[in-house]
Ligand binder design. Structure first.
Ligand SMILES: Cc1cc2nc3c(=O)[nH]c(=O)nc-3n(C[C@H](O)[C@H](O)[C@H](O)COP(=O)(O)OP(=O)(O)OC[C@H]3O[C@@H](n4cnc5c(N)ncnc54)[C@H](O)[C@@H]3O)c2cc1C
Length: 383
């Protein structure tokens, strides 16, 4: 295991850190205040090779180099100061992985060029009644095989108001007990209604909403992966998303660290800057410790996910929990170190609001702790 970046990957990390700082960060406060998706930055990002890194060459990409992509995403996450934009990136990355691993040739040919051109995807799992419990989804496909219809609703879905491509989790009761399946839909499917963007505490530039499906005509060609195998197929998407919520979510709070550091270097107590106080230094040291732990845990979990190792499920839950909790603690400490300035609207307070969302998205902290415990019970290593 060698999780250090090559020279080329370091250059990618630096390039996208600069992109985040120069393109995304200057727009972050306005997008948060107005609750709008940062289309300008998204279009600019899609104009670079960022997404091409994980799209196969035959579909216009550079190959499927998830480590190069992760180096670039780490750079972007560490400087963009916009949790909503980062969640857009993570959601899109998971969708691309699902399409690359489980899509048919026709689906890849249809959707990869659109994704590279900037089309947003939405991964529609949660429903208002089922929430954390995916096996309880009620969205259903009925009718004869040549005239299927999809009916149901989804709730709290990233990009729902504006996504061009939807991955929908539903069931085909005709299959029997193992009936959860995945479907790929786009604007050519009639019968889809989208709700307006919800008003959230943080990640306000990520438009989330509900979707309703009424007699949406679909066919076998719209299935992603085998029918009835939806929960397993979904794992490919969710495992990588979880790692990135932790790994990239913890990097996201770096600008708050820089803001607090530069403030305390100038702010005097008596004759010396506050940065010279040991109590203040300890908070930075604790932040560095937690951020390093989340970084290395995230990279190790990513390695296990990419290699489909048996511990990948436990490690991706651990990476997600560690990274999200670190992001919250570090952002909270930086808000506190900035004194009353920290409590005013600014980068640190905005990142704290964004970080709180990283706990719920992709499964709540309780659900990941339940997964950790279940994985421990199954393994001979622990008890
Ligand atoms: C910013 C954001 C973006 C999102 N984007 C998407 C998306 O793109 N696609 C998507 O499908 N979903 C998305 N979600 C929804 C997210 O996946 C759900 O919010 C999450 O799964 C929790 O579901 P819920 O909110 O209904 O909570 P509930 O399931 O109602 O849970 C409520 C509380 O009960 C706890 N709880 C639930 N079950 C148990 C249990 N068995 N044991 C102990 N405690 C339990 C939970 O931890 C939580 O604290 C997003 C959420 C957020 C915040």
């Amino acid at each position: 295991m060698n999780f250090n970046w090559t020279g080329e990957q370091k250059a990618l990390r630096a390039k996208y850190a600069q992109f985040g700082m120069e393109v995304v960060a200057p727009r972050a406060a306005a997008c948060h205040d107005q609750s709008i998706f940062d289309q300008v930055s998204w279009t600019a990002l899609c104009g670079t090779d960022f997404w091409r890194q994980i799209v196969p060459k035959v579909y216009g990409g550079l190959g499927s180099n998830w480590w190069d992509f992760t180096a670039a995403a780490e750079g972007l996450a560490s400087s963009l100061s916009n949790g909503g934009f980062l969640l857009s990136v993570i959601s899109q990355a998971g969708f691309i992985r699902g399409l690359a691993q489980h899509g048919s040739a026709a689906q890849k040919e249809k959707y990869f060029p659109r994704l590279l051109a900037g089309a947003l995807s939405a991964t529609c799992i949660a429903e208002s009644h089922s929430g954390s419990h995916t096996p309880a989804v009620r969205t259903t496909v009925t009718g004869p095989a040549n005239a299927w219809q999809l009916n149901g609703e989804k709730w709290n879905i990233a990009h729902a108001p504006i996504a061009e491509i939807l991955l929908v989790v539903g069931r085909i009761p005709a299959l029997g007990k193992r009936d959860i399946s995945l479907f790929l839909l786009d604007e050519s499917h009639a019968g889809i209604t989208r709700g307006p963007a919800q008003n959230k505490m943080g990640n306000r530039s990520l438009p989330t909403s509900w979707l309703e499906f009424r007699n949406v005509p679909i066919c076998e060609a719209d299935l992603l992966g085998p029918p009835g195998d939806g929960l397993r197929t979904l794992q490919a998407i969710l495992a990588i998303d979880r790692v990135y919520y932790g790994l990239l979510g913890s990097l996201m709070v770096r600008p708050a660290l820089r803001e607090a550091h530069s403030f305390l270097a100038k702010r005097q107590t008596g004759n010396s800057p506050l940065l010279e106080q040991q109590h203040v230094q300890r908070k930075f040291a604790d932040a560095a410790l937690a951020l390093k732990q989340s970084l290395w845990l995230g990279r190790a979990a990513l390695s296990q996910v990419l290699e489909s190792q048996p511990q990948a499920s436990l490690s991706s839950s651990a990476a997600k929990l560690s990274g999200a909790e670190t992001a919250i603690h570090v952002a909270r400490d930086m808000v506190s170190l900035l004194g009353s300035r920290g409590y005013q609207t600014g980068t640190a307070s905005r990142l704290l609001q964004d970080a709180l969302g990283f706990l719920a998205v992709g499964g709540t902290e309780d659900l990941h702790r339940i997964n950790l415990f279940n994985q421990m019970q199954r393994s001979a290593d622990w008890f």
